[in-house]
Write a protein that binds this ligand. Structure first.
Ligand SMILES: NC(=O)c1ccc[n+]([C@@H]2O[C@H](COP(=O)([O-])OP(=O)(O)OC[C@H]3O[C@@H](n4cnc5c(N)ncnc54)[C@H](OP(=O)(O)O)[C@@H]3O)[C@@H](O)[C@H]2O)c1
Length: 231
């Protein structure tokens, strides 16, 4: 199988790329810069690595021409978060979250659609529980993820006749560098053992993209069990 993954350098995307590479699948990874591309090529020597900064979606124009043949999946994992009250959030913080979390996945999807149609594949968006419920100080991130949910739903309706399946996974807090940053911004002590492991989120992603062609899972939420049973 052949997959495009964004965000493969860290957290959920890194675990996903390792799991797919370990089972012998072909990977096409999107890195934000040449130096990040070199890091990814060192970690995943068999992968094709493309360079595009999701914070500057114009760099995605034409990227589909660098990909050959059909794709079994495109997994949009990359994302950024900045917490802050509305009276404090700066324009640059709004722009980065809306661009990386929403506009870039839309442009990359457009570029890769012919390949996913050929492969009758799945486009999967890693959204967030913040794409379903918006809490105080999460406005910009939640707006980007609510938008991503709307984009996925419209895309699913458009692509059904092409045999392309569209799925959204909504994880809650997952133990990654992003969650560590969120804890810093919240002024809380970070304890990775309290949160979902990246392997558990990736189990869900793999279940969705490995489905046989008779079914699709449009939406799935993944929540941590806190407190843990027996603790
Ligand atoms: N962790 C959680 O609690 C949680 C919960 C719900 C949803 N999510 C979602 O899950 C996804 C993965 O999050 P994570 O926790 O694994 O985050 P992470 O460890 O911070 O990794 C984020 C990845 O996104 C990439 N990225 C960010 N900006 C980019 C840009 N401008 N161009 C290209 N790549 C860029 C990063 O690339 P670099 O390596 O180059 O920085 C990194 O590989 C995100 O969409 C996030 O919103 C996370």
């Amino acid at each position: 199988m052949r997959h495009v993954i964004t965000g493969a350098g860290s957290g959920i995307g890194l675990t996903l790329a390792h799991r797919l590479a370990d089972r012998g699948d072909d990977l096409v990874l999107v890195a934000r810069s040449e130096s990040r591309a070199t890091d990814l090529a060192d970690t995943f020597p068999r992968a094709q690595v493309l360079v595009a900064d999701l914070g500057d979606p114009g760099t995605l124009n034409g990227i589909g021409r660098q990909v050959d043949g059909g794709l079994d999946s495109v997994v949009h994992v990359a994302g950024v978060v900045e917490l802050g009250r509305v009276d404090r959030l700066r324009l640059a913080q709004w722009e980065e979250q809306l661009t990386v979390n929403l506009t870039a996945p839309a442009v990359l999807t457009r570029e890769l659609l012919p390949h996913v149609r050929t492969g009758r594949g799945t486009i999967l968006f890693v959204n967030s529980s913040a794409g379903l419920t918006a809490n105080a100080e999460w406005s910009a991130y939640a707006a980007s993820k609510f938008g991503l949910r709307g984009f996925a739903d419209a895309l699913r309706a458009e692509e059904v006749d092409h045999g392309v399946r569209v799925s959204t996974v909504y994880p809650s807090r997952t133990a990654t560098p992003m969650q560590e940053k969120v804890h810093e911004q919240e002024g809380r002590t970070y304890d990775s053992s309290r949160w979902i492991s990246t392997d558990t989120v990736v189990d869900t992603i793999l279940h969705v993209i490995d489905l046989p062609p008779d079914a699709t899972i449009p939406d799935v939420t993944v929540r941590p069990v806190v407190p843990r049973p027996g603790t």
